[in-house]
Design a protein around this ligand. Structure first.
Ligand SMILES: [Zn+2]
Length: 120
């Protein structure tokens, strides 16, 4: 986690400790942790550490960030629709990441688990 401060400069992330708290509520998976902290198999993250040559998402519509995947990427529309349906019962879409992670943690986890980062 030594690079955490540096990473926080250009995107809003949840601190890794929130994952520890969520572990009490749900069975946290690697995909979930990636999508909550922004650390993992996401192109903007890999690009920062020069693991990938470009931060652009496979959909070519922008940088692949967690925000892009949750709210923008057309490659995960079906997966997002399920999450949206759950949130729309009592919220307006888009909801904040904060709401997703705290209030809809189970649905958000299903969303993250349905993502294939290799194909994004
Ligand atoms: Zn995309």
């Amino acid at each position: 986690m030594g690079h955490y401060k540096k990473r926080c400069k250009y995107e809003n992330f949840f601190p890794p400790k929130i994952v520890d708290r969520l572990k009490l509520k749900i069975n946290v998976t690697p995909n979930f942790t990636t999508m909550v902290t922004g650390h993992g198999n996401i192109k903007s993250y890999l690009f920062t550490y020069k693991i990938k040559g470009s931060p652009t998402c496979s959909c070519k519509r922008g940088e692949q960030t967690i925000d892009h995947i949750i709210f923008g990427c057309e490659l995960v529309e079906q997966e997002r629709d399920r999450l949206k349906d759950a949130a729309l019962r009592s919220e307006n879409w888009p909801v904040s990441k904060d709401t997703l992670i705290n209030k809809y943690s189970k649905e958000f986890k299903k969303f993250t688990d349905s993502l294939s980062f290799d194909k994004l």
